[in-house]
Write a protein that binds this ligand. Structure first.
Ligand code: SF4
Length: 246
């Protein structure tokens, strides 16, 4: 009778089969139908409730830049009078570039966060020195300006140059997080990246200007940080945050 030998164990450390990384299902991008519904609801709501703001009536990159920098951390009603005053005093990059710095700081008062007028003037000087008093329209060059980040670059490209460029500021991030994610830590780095991807994925091929303005308006007037107005929100049927609260 022959005895069967036990198979020898291979020498060396045990070989582990690599684990496949499990994707967080909350970070999946919406299906095409869900994207279409979101766009249609948002644009229909904006058509009825969008705010008439002076920087929405221009495609001048300088005017758009001024409004975007003023609106950082500052409410629209405080920006409105200053926006007009600023453009009357400094109607172009050239005018701002040569203005005395103390006068620029005084004109900015009382908006606060006083680094902003300095940034604006630095951008103006660079635009004059390197680009003939204009802003370039491509993302990479815009980002090379000190004081222009990813959000501002997207705003300039979509509002001034009408390009298909995504935006993500605090208001937009809050809307996208609530509608498509619902609960969790919105400030995680991975979440921020995902929200940028979401904002890009949701962009329509037409009406990008209105779409981005609408996202900002929804976050500023309906899906506000505290006590969002869900009963009048166009996203209430599909909002994961609202569903998780019921
Ligand atoms: S339903 Fe409520 S939480 Fe959801 S997006 Fe609208 S306002 Fe925000």
């Amino acid at each position: 009778m022959t005895l069967k030998r036990k198979p020898r164990k291979p020498k060396g450390p045990p070989v582990r089969t690599p684990r496949t990384k499990r994707r967080d299902p909350a970070l999946a991008l919406p299906a095409p139908l869900e994207r279409r519904r979101f766009r249609a609801r948002l644009l229909a709501w904006y058509g009825r409730h969008g705010r008439d703001l002076p920087w929405r009536r221009t495609d001048d990159p300088y005017h758009i830049l001024v409004s975007e920098i003023m609106l950082q951390q500052t409410q629209v009603d405080r920006v409105l009078p200053k926006y007009g005053e600023w453009l009357a005093k400094y109607p172009s990059f050239e005018a701002l570039a040569v203005a005395p710095e103390h006068e620029v700081a005084d004109t900015w008062y009382p908006l606060g966060y006083n680094i902003r007028p300095r940034r604006l003037q630095t951008i103006a000087r660079e635009a004059v020195a390197r680009y003939g008093g204009r802003l370039p329209s491509d993302q990479e060059t815009l980002l090379s300006f000190k004081g222009i980040g990813a959000y501002t670059a997207g705003a300039i490209r979509s509002f001034a140059f009408r390009e298909r460029a995504a935006i993500l500021d605090t208001n937009v991030a809050r809307v996208l997080f609530r509608v498509f994610i619902g609960r969790g830590d919105a400030t995680r780095h991975a979440m921020k990246r995902h929200l940028w991807r979401l904002s890009e994925t949701l962009l329509p091929s037409r009406h990008v200007f209105d779409f981005n303005q609408a996202l900002m308006d929804l976050g500023a007037t309906v899906c506000v940080a505290r006590n969002p107005k869900c009963p009048v929100c166009p996203m209430s049927k599909s909002c994961r945050h609202l569903a998780s609260m019921q």
